[in-house]
Design a protein. Structure first.
Length: 308
């Protein structure tokens, strides 16, 4: 099965119904299954779901309540939900649509109609995600923008708190960039930023990794559970130097360089993104005060609330 297929969550308390939908759609998407509302909501937290096929009549938490919780969570509110139901009452359909259902399919299902409707909604989901990706991308460098980074840091903190894993965070500043622009012009400055961004982007690849332009000549790198973070950052700094971008106005070197403030922190609670950034910024200031073209790294153990 191709790795880029969208993920569809089928929620139905009847095992036979789940298997019928799985067989019907196995070539159209990547399928995950849930037998009740709580497990469906958990799957949505754990998976990147593009579309939900939701049974209305389930014991305990019915489809209407599941839909309401999906729409109430900002992480899942944009995911399309199609009700699959044996109810044919117009009032029931209206209720579902008012809660935010994208479509309504009646049982017994007609395979050709179900496939056609799902294809339409998956196409809409792909278009929506493309627009979302563009809104999260820095227009100059092509890497993530600050909005994308802020969201990623929040998610990474929550993941680290659950998993008991450390977070690696580094904040960078291109040294004497104003002087670079004054000397070489803003066009050359833009190209220099693109090259720096390209180096940072080469260091990400896992689900929670993010390289972003934080603003102006500032960049940030987020690497949860990093191995040898200090050595990795030193290699990154040397790669920037190896670009050999001339900088006649720099007091740090004859070529373009960066300074950085970085920390590895083990989290015990998710609500710490601001504290991480504040500490990285202090370390960045220290690196610049010490002469630039260097990265100050610190390891923070256990609770950030007591260590920062």
């Amino acid at each position: 099965m191709p790795a880029n297929l969208p993920t569809v969550l089928v929620v139905d308390d009847d095992r036979v119904n789940r298997m019928v939908m799985a067989e019907l759609l196995r070539d159209e998407c990547r399928l995950i299954l849930a037998k009740d509302g709580p497990s469906a909501l958990q799957r949505m937290r754990d998976e990147d779901v593009s579309l939900v096929l939701l049974d209305v009549s389930m014991p305990g938490m019915d489809g209407y309540e599941v839909l309401a919780q999906i729409k109430a969570d900002k992480r899942t509110s944009d995911v399309g939900v199609i009700f699959i139901t044996g109810h044919t009452d117009e009032a029931d359909e209206e209720r579902g649509l008012l809660l935010g259902a994208a479509d309504y399919v009646s049982k017994p299902i007609h395979p050709a109609i179900v496939r056609a409707r799902i294809k339409v909604h998956l196409k809409l989901a792909m278009q929506r995600r493309q627009l979302e990706r563009l809104s999260m991308q820095d227009g100059l460098t092509g890497i993530a923008n600050r909005r994308r980074f802020d969201e990623a840091l929040d998610l990474a903190c929550r993941h680290a708190a659950r998993a008991g894993e450390p977070i690696g965070l580094a904040l960078f500043d291109v040294d004497h960039f104003k002087q670079y622009n004054d000397c070489y012009g803003h066009g050359a400055g833009d190209e220099a930023l693109r090259q720096v961004a390209g180096v940072l982007a080469s260091y990400v690849g896992r689900p929670y990794d993010v390289a972003a332009r934080y603003g102006g000549e500032e960049f940030v790198l987020l690497l949860p559970a990093p191995a040898n973070f200090e050595l990795l950052l030193e290699r990154l700094r040397e790669e920037i130097i190896s670009l050999k971008i001339p900088h006649a106005r720099s007091e740090a070197a004859t070529v373009l360089t960066i300074s950085g403030g970085a920390l590895v922190a083990r989290l015990v609670e998710p609500a710490v993104p601001a504290a991480l950034l504040e500490r990285a910024d202090i370390l960045l200031y220290s690196a610049k005060s010490a002469g630039r073209n260097r990265i100050m790294t610190e390891t923070v153990s256990l609770s950030l609330a007591h260590s920062i």
